[in-house]
Design a protein around this ligand. Structure first.
Ligand SMILES: Cc1cc2nc3c(=O)[nH]c(=O)nc-3n(C[C@H](O)[C@H](O)[C@H](O)COP(=O)(O)O)c2cc1C
Length: 173
């Protein structure tokens, strides 16, 4: 389980997914994407990034591009942590799930699923410019993370890995 964050909302989502996988009997490391080494030792990968102006954090993009071949051989799940506000996150971002410029890379990797989860914005952490940008697009401020949606997604990952026989001593990064 690996992630890219600016302000920590995605870290907590990653930790929740890691916790669910462990509770299901899997071994899972939860690491920032720029601290992943020995990727080939893992049997599956879950990668998530916070979204900023329609883009993933650059370290997440770098990770996907640099490890495309290795990732294509493993079961991979991807998620974006983004929209704030009530309602279906996919509707909030009008169908957007990940940056368009990553489409070809993601097609080659062939992830099992690409999810988008509600994010969280803590106004106290933002720069003046970021506050102005959010105000400009009238983005709601607050913590809209949907722990139930995250838990059920992670539970489905655990089930899929077990069904694939990857549970015994398996590591899900
Ligand atoms: C300046 C700025 C721009 C953002 N742009 C987007 C965006 O384009 N799409 C989106 O869904 N969320 C956007 N968000 C919301 C963040 O992606 C969301 O709060 C996310 O959960 C933050 O993750 P992090 O704390 O791990 O960095 C933006 C937030 C900020 C502060």
């Amino acid at each position: 389980m690996t992630y890219a964050t600016k302000y920590g909302a995605t870290t907590e989502i990653a930790e929740k997914i890691g916790q669910v996988l462990r509770q299901a009997g899997l071994r899972a490391d939860v690491l920032p994407v720029d601290r992943v080494s020995a990727l080939s030792a893992y049997k599956a990968v879950v990668l998530g990034s916070g979204v900023y102006i329609g883009q993933w954090r650059k370290e997440a993009v770098k990770f996907l591009e640099a490890n495309e071949t290795v990732l294509a051989e493993k079961p991979v799940w991807l998620f974006s942590s983004g929209p704030t506000g009530e309602g279906d996150p996919v509707e909030l971002v009008q169908g957007w799930r990940f940056p368009r410029k990553l489409q070809l890379t993601i097609d080659r990797i062939g992830p099992r699923q690409v999810a988008i989860f509600h994010g969280a914005v803590d106004v106290n952490k933002l720069s003046f410019i970021e506050k102005w940008m959010l105000k400009n697009v009238k983005a709601p401020i607050g913590d809209f993370r949907d722990w139930e949606a995250i838990t059920s997604w992670a539970t489905a990952i655990a089930t899929a890995l077990k069904e694939a026989g990857l549970a015994q001593g398996a590591q899900a990064e």
